[in-house]
Design a protein around this ligand. Structure first.
Ligand SMILES: O=C(O)CCC(=O)C(=O)O
Length: 309
């Protein structure tokens, strides 16, 4: 998605990230638990630097279903969101969208509702899709995971989302009264172009629901987030499910937030947590003033990836 509109002024805000546990085969139970954790986050429960109620709450990747390509067709819901068109949540056939909209409205917060398996009714294709709600409960943006997680590390992990999913074909962000926030999902973090495009479209903060694993998590989870934060001089955060050793897929956990200098502001361990962190534009402006890469790029030597979209 591209836009001519300038980004909102970056103002201080409070971010809460829910490293959700108890993601089972029972979708209704998953939704109920997620809703109660959103209420807890909104009331300030959790760890970290809490300065009042959060302005935005984030859930992890695939929060309503077990994670795996065999599960996506079973749990997929039709959303029917179209960029630039109003969305009527009341008539939505997605129970997850309805729950998330109600939860955002009752808490009076922005809600990045992690991701869910989505079925596009027009062609039956499946996507891994993040949805975003305003404090009034409107569905304002979605992001379909662009890069599918297809890896094979012999003896360690083999995963092929493309067995059942299709990759999204747009970059995505949404505007709040305190920041422009860029979206991606998990494996998208390995593709620096996506974050660079969001940053050059004016996003001051990038948040990706994610679910790394116990092989690539210790190697790359923190490194990639620090890299995306530093190379774009933005706040960068990924929100993971809690680790569940009874599940087939062992999520890494370790939800964290990097500031624009690559300083880690908070990090969970691997259990269920609500993390609260205060996001201060000062660090963003200081990083850009002190190390002015945003004005030193040489688009006469290499192309600007954000152009031509
Ligand atoms: O990139 C990785 O190592 C993990 C990615 C992943 O788990 C995902 O895309 O869901």
């Amino acid at each position: 998605m591209s836009t001519a509109l300038p980004a909102p002024e970056f103002k201080p805000f409070n971010l809460a990230l829910i490293q959700l546990g108890q993601i089972t085969a029972d979708k209704s139970a998953n939704l109920k638990h997620a809703r109660s954790m959103i209420q807890k986050a909104a009331s300030g429960e959790g760890i970290g630097e809490v300065k009042g109620k959060p302005d935005i709450i984030v859930l992890p990747e695939c929060f309503n279903s077990p994670y795996g390509h065999v599960h996506f067709p079973v749990y997929a819901e039709t959303i029917g969101f179209k960029h630039g068109q109003a969305y009527d949540v009341q008539s939505s056939v997605s129970e997850s969208v309805k729950m998330l909209s109600e939860a955002a409205k009752e808490a009076g917060v922005w809600l990045l509702g992690g991701s869910i398996p989505e079925r596009d009714a027009s062609d039956d294709k499946l996507y891994n899709t993040a949805t975003v709600y305003s404090p009034q409960g409107e569905l304002v943006a979605i992001h379909r995971k662009v890069h599918l997680f297809d890896i094979d590390i012999p003896g360690k992990i083999k995963f092929k989302e493309s067995e059942t999913l299709t990759g999204g074909s747009t970059t995505s962000f949404f505007d709040t009264e305190f920041a422009r926030i860029g979206l991606g999902i998990c494996y998208d973090v390995r593709f620096p172009e996506l974050a660079a495009i969001s940053a050059r479209q004016g996003c001051q903060v990038l948040i990706y629901p994610g679910a790394f694993n116990t092989t690539t998590g210790p190697l790359h989870w923190e490194l990639l987030q620090r890299a995306r934060a530093v190379d774009n001089q933005v706040y960068f955060s990924m929100c993971s499910p809690a680790r569940d050793l009874t599940a087939k897929y062992h999520a890494w956990g370790h939800t964290l937030v990097m500031d624009p200098m690559g300083v880690k502001l908070i990090e969970a361990e691997d259990g269920e947590y609500i993390l609260h962190v205060h996001i201060d534009p000062k660090a963003f402006h200081e990083a850009r003033a002190g190390i002015p890469v945003t004005t030193q790029r040489r688009f006469d030597v290499y192309p600007d990836v954000s152009k031509g979209l």
